[in-house]
Design a protein around this ligand. Structure first.
Ligand code: HEC
Length: 302
């Protein structure tokens, strides 16, 4: 099949084959790498958001709560609750483009607000943190019926004695809080106990789309480079090989039909140039041989 193709076509096919092979071989490794990259990227953003939420919690614990403590006896102010302020700030952040996909949850084994109750999967994550105090962070994909997610989790501990004012016993808690949340949930916590996990999650699509976007850019770039290479190789082949060869073929044909005045052009000192020179020498020898032949023919005839 290759026999009937032109040089340029052969080279183009060769280069396309290399491109396809390269892309498919590296594609696999590349997509895994880019996915890991996108994961790290989003995990880094997640960790930063989590740190921010922890800071908001600390701010509420150290500056807001002490100021408003007295008022709590009369009327419950959710603004004094660290978990509340973290949620609220996160909701404000979620209004911003680029953070809409992020979700924040303080998944807790025995929560004050049942909305925060850890589901089975989250409870397992919390148990892992409780069992291994060196474990500071977990992140992975998670299958959910509404679509897979990617999550980053950190342990949430009862870090301050002041937490116990509202989370130790119903008797110690402000009455206004009991009125609102009841006295069954979110009590019995101990100082320094890990009671839950801070979890930031994004739809897995976000990670995958980000990785795909990078793959398209890279594949596009590589293909563009290859297209340029194919074009340049074609131009180069044409000017350095094909045109000179066509010329040599044409002149050789003319010489072979007796047009001795046909001239081989000069083409530098590469293989093609040498071929042209060799043909030229052959043409000269041929001319000389023919002249000699003519002469001896003339001699015998006279
Ligand atoms: C003023 C009382 C109060 C204080 C002090 C307080 N909390 Fe809470 N905490 C609450 C209430 C009320 C909620 C439920 C808020 C809601 O409805 O979102 C809550 C929610 C939480 C949650 C989310 C899970 C759940 O129970 O719903 C965690 C985790 C939590 N608190 C931990 C802490 C820690 C740790 C501290 C100390 C740094 C602390 N809290 C201090 C009252 C308090």
């Amino acid at each position: 099949m290759l026999k009937n193709l032109r040089l340029r076509q052969k080279f183009t096919i060769l280069l396309l084959a290399i491109l396809l092979m390269g892309l498919s071989l590296s594609g696999f490794a590349l997509s895994a790498l880019l996915r890991q990259n996108a994961k790290n990227d989003i995990a880094a953003t997640g960790v930063m958001l989590m740190e921010t939420m922890t800071s908001v919690r600390n701010y509420t614990t150290n500056q807001i709560n002490p100021e408003l403590k007295e008022k709590l006896e009369v009327k419950f102010l959710p603004q004094t609750v660290p978990g509340y302020s973290a949620r609220e700030v996160f909701e404000v952040l979620r209004q911003k483009k680029g953070y809409r996909d992020f979700f924040y949850k303080e998944a807790t084994l025995n929560p004050t607000n049942l909305r925060d109750k850890a589901d089975n999967f989250e409870a397992e994550v919390v148990e892992k943190f409780r069992k291994n105090s060196n474990l500071k962070e977990l992140s992975d994909f998670r299958k959910l019926s509404g679509g897979d997610i990617f999550y980053i989790a950190r342990p949430l501990a009862v870090s301050e004695p002041s937490c116990l004012e509202c989370h130790s016993t119903p008797e110690a808690a402000p009455k206004s809080m009991i009125d609102r949340y009841g006295s069954t949930n979110g009590f019995g916590w101990q100082l320094n106990e890990i009671v839950g996990a801070q979890i930031i999650s994004v739809p897995a699509n976000t990670v995958i789309n980000r990785a795909n976007k990078s793959s398209f850019v890279i594949i596009g770039l590589v293909s563009a480079v290859f297209a340029a290479v194919i074009l340049l190789v074609n131009i180069f082949l044409n000017s350095q090989v094909i045109r000179p060869l066509k010329h040599i073929t044409r002149v050789a044909e003319e010489v072979s039909t007796g047009h001795m005045d046909a001239e081989f052009d000069k083409f530098g000192n590469d293989e093609i140039g040498n071929l042209a020179k060799a043909f030229k020498r052959m043409q000269l020898s041929l001319e000389m041989a023919m002249n000699r032949l003519k002469k001896s023919h003339g001699n015998t005839s006279t």
